[in-house]
Design a binder for this molecule. Structure first.
Ligand SMILES: [Zn+2]
Length: 248
């Protein structure tokens, strides 16, 4: 195999970077979906906690309701006991006293009955709220199932794509001089948005938009040597697509 020319190596570097950007983008998208699923899982946990709270509230209201029911029964018993006693009384003063007692117990009973009514409406309200939470839970659970299936499919197809990109990458790397390749590796920090290779667009470096001096433009167009951007240190490569077609 003939040793590739500098121009060929520069083109190879650019192609390599395009592949690396694609691989990087796929890795990035792989990270996003699990995060989304994690958010749904958290919201499911919150809903479950809410449902548990509603259950406890309902239980508490029911037990209060039961207690009030017994209190009402107790008042009724007292009232009928007083009524029984009243029959045996002849004395006016005692009669007035027992009437007062009966009236007092009747008011007590009315208050308890009012309380019992609020428990009924409270229960209805809590049950409705819980029903809504349960519906929300079902929705979220079906949602997470769908997203989960989608994620699995996506990860599978991404893995396939990465494999084929890596194969392509390997072929390209073989055509690049090892020193140049390690220079590329050192400069290529896609995580930090740093690119090893830039193109020339409107006399500027595509990575940092720094205007390239005329002398360097000529060198870049000739593609006989490595030319670095003075500002961001990217290797600047001339391509036919990048519109650096103008008269020098
Ligand atoms: Zn630059």
């Amino acid at each position: 195999m003939n040793h590739p020319t500098t121009a060929q190596e520069l083109d190879a570097l650019l192609a390599l970077q395009q592949i690396d950007i694609q691989i990087h983008t796929i890795h990035d998208s792989n990270k996003k979906l699990p995060k989304e699923i994690f958010t749904i899982q958290q919201s499911i946990a919150t809903i479950k906690k809410n449902i548990q709270n509603f259950k406890e509230n309902i239980q508490k209201i029911k037990s209060d309701q039961e207690k009030t029911k017994k209190e009402i029964e107790e008042t009724e018993k007292i009232i009928s006991r007083y009524k029984e006693q009243r029959k045996a009384i002849n004395n006016e003063k005692e009669l007035t006293a027992i009437e007062e007692e009966i009236n007092y117990q009747k008011i007590e009973k009315q208050l308890l009955e009012k309380k019992a009514q609020t428990y009924v409406s409270d229960l209805k309200e809590e049950n409705e709220k819980m029903k809504k939470e349960i519906e929300d839970l079902q929705l979220q659970e079906s949602n997470i199932e769908k997203r989960d299936n989608h994620l699995k499919k996506l990860l599978e197809s991404n893995e396939k794509n990465i494999k084929s990109l890596q194969k392509e990458r390997k072929n390209i790397v073989q055509t690049i001089d090892s020193l140049l390749y390690s220079l590329y590796e050192k400069k290529n920090y896609l995580e930090k948005n740093q690119q090893a290779v830039a193109t020339m667009v409107k006399k500027a470096c595509s990575a940092c938009y720094y205007l390239i001096p005329s002398q360097k433009i000529i060198q870049i167009m000739r593609k006989e040597m490595l030319v670095f951007c003075e500002n961001c240190t990217s290797i600047v490569v001339h391509t036919d697509e990048a519109d650096d077609a103008y008269d020098i």
